[in-house]
Ligand binder design. Structure first.
Ligand code: KIV
Ligand code: ZN
Length: 535
């Protein structure tokens, strides 16, 4: 374990806590695609899901364990409440991985004990050795979390952690579940744990935190200064409520300011040895993938991966950067994999060049997906002379969506203008080959298209977000449409890209409706790990 203490372990929970964001629901294939990208990014641990939540969650964790949890790949972790059935299912799901982990948790703050668990401190103290011990009998790598640690009595927390470690926990994770603590408090909490838990040297200290006050990343960095060595984070900071600590922000802070953080890990300040295993050049691509598949847009001014993060608008800044990049830039856009929007392919590029370029970009597509993407590329090359990496990524993300197609958009036609009532006609095809056509009038062309689609699909829903942005610069650019809709309190997202934004809008809507229909066809009600009582 000593060799783990001088580097930071990156534990990614995009597929578990991240997926708990409203509307971010991913299907099994999408989770697998993200897990492969996380492995390329170099995360040490992937928390792949909560296997007890639903059969879909179990299947996703098992598939990721099997296909991504290889000998040289990341550890694959499954979340479990402190119950035998949760722990048994988590162990079963991660079994195919070369390195599997169970992450079990129980709340320790008085407020959670009294109102959620309805248990006394003594009762919780008795559950921990029983459940951690049971987990240990199934697998060696055990992580234990005292939920709501940020608001727990530190003296009680020390006892809880000592018992968990004595029962076999190899990582103890300290969650600021409600994002309440400040960096000074969180750092002091970690220091207190180091100083007061007698067997703490037998476990890695991990941190997990939510961003309700926008302090999650600052809290983690303070925790690192005080002895935390595992950081639990998500791509783009997605997660419950205001989200989790953002992986890209933590990693780039540790990279750009390594001179500051090195001494806290016992290294000389000038050491250039990376503090963690992340390949920073994969950050931008992974961010886009997660945003596209979850439908969770990245705000333009978001640190590291926002569209404006490396843009210099004001004359003074532009002038400075042209004279010397370091005047206004603390990191190079290339370090996160953001290259100039190079023109890479054109109308005459063949299948071979197309596949080669995708491989360079890190996409390893099945023959079927490659064929679909190649047809789209040819179609795009007919409309747009020069195709860049960003266009290719948009095509691949669009064509490799794995939402079961209960409705396929066969045709969309609109008529609109300043003298016309916007009118749309759509034809949707069902898997049985039936073609259903309807038409509608709307306030604008997108509204007319959505109304026409609704007449065919006939599932009540409310559109709660619609966004369109261009993939590249230029008048011939593709437009990317992301939408979110609500049905009976649940949110579903859809995403599509096309040079015609009406077509992209229709396809994004159909994609969200297909997700919604797939969920309606599953009878099971997923369990939410933190709100479900222990059973
Ligand atoms: O926020 C939290 O407390 C969690 C635990 C399950 C670690 O997500
Ligand atoms: Zn959480």
């Amino acid at each position: 374990m000593a060799n783990e203490q001088d580097r930071i372990i990156i534990f990614d929970t995009t597929l578990r806590d991240g997926e708990q964001s409203p509307g971010a629901t991913l299907n099994v294939d999408e989770k697998l695609t993200i897990a492969k990208a996380l492995a390329r990014l170099g995360v040490d641990v992937i928390e792949a899901g909560f296997p007890r939540a639903s059969t879909g969650d179990f299947e996703a964790v098992q598939k990721i364990a099997d296909q991504v949890g290889t000998e040289n790949g990341p550890t694959i972790c499954g979340l479990a409440r402190a119950t035998k059935e949760d722990i048994r299912q988590a162990a079963e799901a991660v079994k195919p991985a070369a390195k599997g982990r169970i992450h079990t948790f129980i709340a320790t703050s008085d407020i959670h004990l009294e109102y959620k668990l309805r248990k006394t401190r003594q009762e919780v103290l008795a559950i921990i050795p029983e459940m951690v011990g049971y987990a240990k009998s199934l697998i060696n790598d055990i992580e234990f979390s005292p939920e709501d640690a940020g608001r727990s009595d530190p003296e009680f927390l020390y006892q809880v952690l000592e018992v968990a470690i004595a029962s076999g926990a190899t990582t103890v994770n300290i969650p600021d579940t409600v994002g309440y603590t400040t960096p000074e408090e969180f750092g002091a909490l970690i220091r207190g744990i180091k100083e007061n838990v007698p067997n703490i040297d037998q476990a890695i200290i991990s941190v997990h935190g939510h961003n309700d006050l926008g302090l999650a990343v600052a809290n983690f960095l303070s925790a690192v200064q005080n002895g935390a060595r595992q950081l639990e984070c998500t791509i783009n900071g997605i997660g419950e409520r205001a989200g989790n600590a953002a992986l890209e922000e933590l990693v780039m802070a540790l990279y750009v300011r390594r001179g500051f953080y090195n001494p806290f890990l016992g290294r000389p300040a000038e050491s250039t040895e990376p503090l963690c295993n992340i390949d920073t050049t994969q950050i931008y691509k992974t961010s886009r993938l997660v945003s596209n598949l979850t439908g969770m847009l990245v705000q333009p001014n978001k640190a590291i991966v926002g569209a404006n993060a490396f843009a210099h608008e004001s004359g003074i800044h532009q002038d400075g950067v042209l004279k010397h990049r370091l005047t206004y830039e603390i990191m190079d856009a290339k370090s996160i994999g953001l290259t100039k929007n190079l023109i890479v392919l054109g109308k005459h590029s063949g299948r071979h060049a197309f596949r080669d370029r995708l491989q360079t970009l890190g996409y390893d597509l099945s023959e079927t997906d490659l064929n679909k993407a190649f047809l789209r590329f040819k179609d795009l090359a007919d409309k747009k002379k020069e195709i860049s990496d960003l266009d290719l990524e948009a095509i691949v993300n669009d064509e490799t969506q794995h939402v079961p197609e209960l409705f396929h958009l066969e045709l969309v036609q609109v008529s609109c203008g300043d003298r016309a009532r916007p009118t749309a006609t759509v034809t949707l095809r069902t898997p049985q080959g039936e073609e259903l056509t309807d038409a509608a009038i709307g306030t604008g062309p997108v509204d007319a298209v959505y109304k026409a689609i609704n007449r065919v699909v006939n599932i009540p829903n409310e559109l709660i977000e619609y966004s369109v942005k261009s993939v590249t610069e230029g008048i011939d650019a593709m437009g990317e449409v992301t939408i979110r809709l609500r049905h009976e309190g649940r949110t579903f997202s859809g995403h599509a890209a096309n040079t015609d934004i009406i077509v992209a809008s229709a396809r994004a809507y159909i994609s969200a409706l297909n997700r919604l229909s797939a969920t309606l066809n599953q009878t099971e009600n997923p369990i939410h790990p933190q709100t479900a009582a222990l059973a």
